[in-house]
Design a protein around this ligand. Structure first.
Ligand code: RP5
Length: 163
């Protein structure tokens, strides 16, 4: 297992679908766990410690509202931690964004954008971190970028046909 993907609640599951697809597309072994910073603090701590021992190199923590999951994970490891804020009905993710991004100095969390796009970017950033030690991932990441560029070109052609 190279990456651990934590969600604060099963209600966050939909948000991470794109991230799961990234890991499958890039053949990156990952584990998914539901664990909460405040509802299951001991489980969160022991999962982090156990997964570090098992060789996990990057953690992703996805949570909404007063989202402290990423910060708590970061408190228990010096592995890089990427946080993804989830939008809730009341404050539309601003609460989780500020909670995740405003870590006091000393214990960093790399905060992505809110919601599904942020989750995809978290997975891609994790793959980029792993690519520092795995040249095959560099090739795959470059292919992924080229595919995106080709899609932009093709959408430009389609848009022009409409005018
Ligand atoms: C956070 O509170 C979770 O990450 C979730 O985004 C939010 C709501 O959780 P549930 O009440 O749906 O379990 O801890």
């Amino acid at each position: 297992m190279k990456v651990a993907l934590f969600i604060g609640s099963d209600s966050d599951f939909d948000v991470i679908q794109g991230a799961v697809k990234v890991f499958k597309d890039f053949d990156v072994p990952f584990t998914l766990e539901v664990t909460s910073a405040h509802r299951s603090p001991r489980r969160t701590e022991s999962l982090v410690k156990m997964l570090v021992e098992e060789g996990v190199e990057v953690f992703i923590a996805v949570a909404g509202k007063a989202a402290h999951l990423a910060g708590v994970v970061a408190a228990h490891t010096v592995r890089p931690v990427i946080g993804v804020p989830v939008a809730s009905a009341t404050l539309n993710g601003l609460d989780a964004l500020l909670s995740t991004v405003q870590m006091p100095k000393g214990v960093p969390v790399a905060c992505m954008g809110v919601g599904p796009s942020g989750a995809v970017n978290a997975a891609l950033l994790a793959v980029q971190i792993l690519s520092l030690k795995d040249e095959s991932l560099v090739t795959r990441l470059n292919d992924y970028r080229e595919e995106m560029a080709a899609q932009v070109e093709s959408s430009s052609k389609k848009i022009k046909e409409k005018i």
